[in-house]
Design a protein around this ligand. Structure first.
Ligand code: NAD
Length: 497
């Protein structure tokens, strides 16, 4: 049985703890590896390694860091097929989607190749007589990342690439469900020239997380995962005086106005609701049909959901792979059951799918509900599976109210041909990432990613300039050189005359 170690000080490390977790191939429903679960001694090893190298790494010229990232990007391109196969094996998503997700992480590498420019400070000459002032951004020290199963490459790269480029050392605690990729990335960073100890991977569960987020040597914690855990990480890390950003769950709506192009809408919904089996924090799980277009929408959608090609992610003809685990499959099925009980119309039921040769895989077919209302559990909670709910809404105002009253505020999109409607919607919605005729408005690396309300705890989004601000602290220097002129002691606040 394959054993997945930690990655500390530039090499694999099996750790002191005897605890481990099972890693599955979700298409086969079979255990394929065991991952080491770190205890406090193992976490300490990573802290020592990061601490030893921080002083030299933080002083390394930005251009040297930039060259390492240029090389890292080349290596990601070289090994893309191998990395994507690894993501598909443990996560289950289709290969083209694995490549897409690694590419979105690689965009952060491309962005941070510009680190010499991005962390340049500001300078003001003569802020007072013969006095100059400048501001600069300095690294924090040891930063920690804790990441979810659904993007084993992209989400960690949102964090560690920015943190490291800014001069920090990083310890990543990836999801215990699909951790192998991070060891491969550690090897590539080393090959690119990153000094040992700057990037470390500690595998594990709550025990490892709690050691990391309460450790006195850790300066900042970056988290992505479900809302209850995000809230816990935010409060616990803050209580231990860490800087923290904690991104949580979502329930993303597509508002479809009566003037929308329904073919474009159906294309957008198919990819965004069922892509990656709905296991995306930006998945569209609610379609709000405004002003009587519900029937026409269902007519377009229903046959396409029925025809979804479900199967193992490494089959190039497949559109949707399995869910991550048997427990998650049971949870998604129970949501479908609750929708039926609450009175929603289940138009497509994917629960009984069986695939020859993959009978034990964690598969569910696409599910489509109509006549969903805002009091139902399937509307209120994040399902994180291939289940789309159609909600009927009389007009723009009630659709907007629905979006704004939901507890989550990650992403939303509106489909319309009317610029005024689109503008009013994007101005008034209480959501962090907004699409206009775009199904999954995930910002590029040079903008920032982050939701509102119970989708993000803390005040900084990921990557872009927000990421750089999160992983650096501001220092402002006010300076005068001796010029022989003495004005004596002053006891009032210094001001410009
Ligand atoms: P999760 O919250 O179960 O796990 C996330 C991380 O937290 C993992 O590394 C896990 O080991 C750790 N963890 C789990 N329980 C813990 C505990 N009690 N104490 C300390 N650490 C704990 O999330 P998941 O199931 O891996 O991922 C799916 C969730 O992530 C969904 O809710 C999805 O919306 C969310 N997500 C959000 C974003 C975003 O940007 N907002 C992006 C991707 C995923």
């Amino acid at each position: 049985m394959k054993k997945i170690n930690h990655f500390i000080d530039g090499k694999e490390y099996s750790g002191q703890s005897k605890r481990s977790g099972d890693v599955y191939n979700p298409a086969l429903g079979e255990k394929i590896a065991e991952v080491c679960f770190a205890n406090s001694d193992d976490v300490e090893q990573a802290i020592i390694s990061a601490k030893n190298v921080f002083s030299s790494w933080s002083k390394t010229p930005p251009l040297t860091k930039s060259r390492i990232f240029f090389k890292f990007k080349e290596l990601l391109v070289r090994d893309m097929d191998k990395l994507a196969a690894q993501v598909t094996e443990e996560h289950g998503k289709v290969l083209s989607d694995s490549i897409g997700s690694i590419t979105r992480g690689m965009e952060v590498v491309e962005f941070m190749c510009g680190v010499p420019h991005l962390i340049k400070g500001e300078f003001s000459e003569n802020v007072g007589s013969n006095i100059d002032s400048w501001s600069m951004r300095q690294p924090l020290g040891i930063c920690v990342g804790i990441t979810p199963f659904n993007f084993p490459a992209m989400v960690p790269m949102w964090m560690f690439v920015v943190a490291i480029a800014c001069g920090n050392c990083f310890i990543l605690k990836p999801s215990e469900k699909d951790p192998s990729l991070l060891i491969l990335l550690g090897d590539l960073l080393k090959e690119a020239g990153l000094p040992d100890g700057v990037f470390n991977v500690v595998n594990g569960d709550k025990e490892a997380v709690d050691c990391l987020i309460t450790h006195p040597e850790v300066s900042a914690v970056s988290f992505v995962g479900s809302t209850p855990i995000a809230e816990y990480i935010y409060h616990t890390s803050s209580q231990h005086n860490k800087r923290v950003q904690a991104l949580g769950g979502a329930k993303n709506h597509m508002v479809i106005m009566p003037d929308a192009d329904l073919d474009q809408v159906a294309d957008g919904l198919m990819g965004a609701a069922y892509g990656s089996a709905g296991e995306r924090c930006m998945a569209l799980s609610v379609a709000v049909a405004v002003g009587g277009i519900g029937d026409a929408l269902i007519e377009k959608l229903q046959p396409r959901v029925q025809a979804l090609k479900v199967g193992p992610g490494n089959d190039p003809d497949v559109e949707m792979g399995p869910l991550i685990s048997g427990a998650h499959l049971a949870k998604v099925k129970s949501y479908v059951e609750s929708g039926v009980k609450d009175g929603a119309s289940l138009l497509v039921d994917g629960r009984d799918i069986s695939l020859q040769g993959y009978e034990n895989g964690f598969f569910i077919g696409g599910c489509l509900f109509d006549n969903v209302t805002s009091d139902m559990q399937i509307y209120k909670e994040e399902i994180f599976g291939p289940v789309l709910s159609v909600v009927r809404s009389d007009d723009f105002d009630s659709a907007l109210k629905l979006v704004n009253e939901h507890e989550f505020g990650n992403g939303v999109t509106i489909y319309t041909r009317d610029g005024d409607t689109a503008r009013a919607f994007s101005n008034q919605c209480q959501i962090g990432m907004v699409g206009i005729n775009v199904p999954i408005p995930v910002p590029m690396a040079f903008h920032s990613f982050g939701g509102w309300k119970r989708s993000l705890f803390g005040d900084h989004a990921m990557h872009g300039m927000e990421g750089i601000r999160f992983f650096t602290k501001l220092k402002t220097v006010t300076s005068r050189w001796p010029d022989g002129i003495r004005s004596g002691a002053e006891f009032k606040m210094p001001t410009m005359k």
